[in-house]
Design a protein around this ligand. Structure first.
Ligand code: WQD
Length: 342
């Protein structure tokens, strides 16, 4: 039996793609998800892609007893990739306590359950910890800025919890991956981003506008100090991102990690403006997008893109897919989910 890796939040957008890439790399993924922000149908979709049905357990990681029972029954799990968390910036401002409770209780319950046995732990962190960086591209050594939202704060505090836990207990090897903007979908178009309600993020709003679910898309500001006035982000294909998690597990397994707690930027190193994304979508799909320029969105940073040199040199990982691949795969997924609603 190959090495078992627990994927919490494994029916989610990044989690499901990571389950596929773990299996492709020879691992046995095991999923825990409470389905609060995803569909159990994703398990069927994953099975169609890899021709293997991953073990799936539905429960809330905030329930310490359920976490302990699971760990006691699964002593053969050698690694954990922890995605399970609430992640909507705007919602976190409306419901801070729900975010702090869910995101910290689940993390602390998992860490506590594994305090007496060696475990490799990958944490889903975010470039939001950098705020508006002073220097671009932003490296892992950049200062952490005061979080702009409770969501961003949960990522910053979680990283501190992980560092202190790793330093206090030799059983843990921990890697935090700071994602930039994950977009796109698996080439099979069987899994992808499943926003609930009106999409908050750019790409699902683009694809839903193109398919006619939304009347138009508003570009939040074109008066920024950028090439065309719209905000700059580092968009990364979700499959490239998923492969970075496999690389992080492998690094810890091969005890190549220099420290017990390490941080890596997972981005392409390339900044793309909102208008460039829209034009890339139109060019790569042939679809015309109805967009208008509107006011800035509160809380948006003007420009952020990552320096992924450390990930390339130490994780042996580099993003391979470009913005056209991201747009085409997102569009194929939108057409699939529109014809096959979950
Ligand atoms: C991207 C750009 C918007 C919608 C999010 C998460 C963050 C992190 C990365 C996980 C911005 C513009 C958007 C629209 C627009 N994820 N936009 N019209 O805000 O960079 O960050 O992904 O860790 O936590 O919040 O992503 O997709 O919302 O916005 O003009 O209808 O697109 O202003 O410049 P963001 P986003």
């Amino acid at each position: 039996m190959s090495t078992k890796i627990l994927v919490t939040g494994g029916t989610g957008f990044i989690g499901s793609h990571t389950v596929v890439e773990l299996y492709n790399a020879g691992y046995t993924p095991v999923i825990i998800d409470d389905l609060s922000n995803s569909s159990v149908k994703i398990i069927d979709q994953i099975e169609k892609i890899i021709n293997y049905r991953p073990e799936f357990h539905e429960f809330d990681l905030c329930d310490q007893n359920k976490v302990n029972d699971f760990v006691a029954a699964h002593s053969d799990i050698k690694g954990i990739i922890h995605f399970a968390a609430f992640k909507a910036v705007g919602e976190s401002v409306q419901k801070p306590l729900a975010y702090y409770k869910n995101n910290f209780f689940s993390l602390i319950n998992l860490l506590t359950a594994y305090k007496d046995k060696p475990i490799n732990f990958v944490f889903s962190s975010s470039c939001t910890v950098y705020g508006q960086p002073d220097v671009l591209p932003v490296t892992e050594e950049a200062p952490i800025k005061k979080a702009e939202s409770p969501y961003g704060n949960t990522k910053q505090i979680a990283e501190e919890i992980l560092l202190e836990t790793a330093n206090a207990n030799d059983n843990y090897k921990i890697t935090a991956l700071r994602y930039f903007n994950p977009v796109g979908a698996h080439s099979s178009a069987l899994i992808g981003e499943l926003p609930i309600g009106i999409p908050q993020n750019l790409i699902p709003f683009i694809t839903q506008t193109a398919i006619g679910k939304r009347e138009k898309i508003t570009v939040f500001g074109d008066d920024y100090d950028t090439a065309d006035g719209s905000c700059v982000r580092d968009y990364i294909h979700v499959v490239d991102l998923a492969k970075a998690h496999v690389a992080a597990i492998k690094r810890m397994e091969n005890s190549k990690s220099k420290d017990k707690y390490e941080v890596f930027n997972i981005g392409t190193g390339k900044g793309t403006t909102v208008l460039e994304v829209i034009h890339a979508f139109e060019k790569s799909t042939g679809e015309k997008l109805n967009y208008v320029i509107g006011p800035r969105r509160i809380g948006d940073v003007e420009k952020v893109f990552g320096d992924a040199t450390k990930s390339t040199q130490e994780l042996g990982w580099t993003a391979e897919l470009n913005i056209e691949d991201m747009m085409k795969s997102a569009w194929e997924w939108e057409k699939y989910i529109n014809n096959n609603p979950f």
